[in-house]
Design a protein around this ligand. Sequence first.
Ligand code: NAD
Length: 337
Amino acid sequence: MAKTVISMHDITVIPGDGIGKEVMNATLHILDALNIDLNYTKAYAGNECFQKWGTTIPEDTISLARNSDATLFGAVTTVPGQKSAIITLRKELDLYANIRPVKSYPGVRSVYQDLDLVIIRENTEGLYSGIEEETDDGASALRVITRKASQRICKFAFDYVKHTGRRKLTAVHKANVLKLTDGLFRDIFYDLARKYEDVEAEDRYVDAMAMFLVTKPHKFDVIVTTNLFGDILSDEGAGLVGGLGLAPSANIGKENGLFEPVHGSAPAIAGLGVANPSAMILSAVMMLNYLKEFGEASRLDKALKEVLREGKVATLDLGGGSSTMEMAEAIRKKLVE
Ligand code: NAD
């Protein structure tokens, strides 16, 4: 069937390292079957990039990502001592909001079925500010919490709850111990809550939240938290719904959007062609929604869900024996049949 192209977007594609490259290939193969014209420019980042050009994140890559309509990012290997490519991109593009859905899919073996919550993580400061120094007896890292970053992430989260028709927002912090930093974050959250009377606002300590995510996750709807807590809780969330192979994310700023799976480059399975491409594909669905291509986003989401529900073509982590590209082919087939 001839493809009816309805719009055109410039997309920066950063495959990265390891399985990042494999799940990106699979995803581009599927996106090619959509009724949408995506104009890709490939850019480099990560450890292989460092080996070739001596930097994990060249200026050209940052500039391309800044000037495109959206960026698709696979995953990178971060070698200790190297500058993290993804953290640099998030900071350079001021991608302050990291949206990480925790959603279960029919047909996927998981701890919980019918789970549908979202973690919104502050993406530019906290313990990932990268301010570390050696001390007489070791080293220390600075955990930066600013009024500006806390206000904009909490506002983003309240707006997200409203725009997506959700009902409740939970702020997660450790203000009982980190009185100044997380105390500020919690106070800003409740100040804003007064302006969003129709959103139920509550807060939890991060340690208790880690347990509640396992014992009663259905009680939560949208969670907003600081950088490291959000990173840890979202991996925990992924573990409840089938693993990292199914966990997508969006990094959103005022001017740019970057979409990437939560997982890393998975060196243990890299090169074997067995990585689950679902997290990357779901990240592409988030990108299409960001580009307001709602129809094609929904078609792609549906095609993936059907393949997951049928369970006939599934990668190792899903209990099957199919390769990354076999799964991609099965999803693509749903789009063109
Ligand atoms: P990882 O996410 O790469 O892997 C964790 C576990 O999940 C491994 O057992 C892996 O095999 C499995 N896994 C991950 N994605 C999978 C998929 N799509 N299909 C099937 N199984 C999958 O985390 P890690 O092992 O802690 O880190 C490996 C490298 O990735 C490190 O260099 C780390 O710094 C980097 N990393 C990068 C990012 C990023 O690029 N955003 C995120 C996390 C880790």
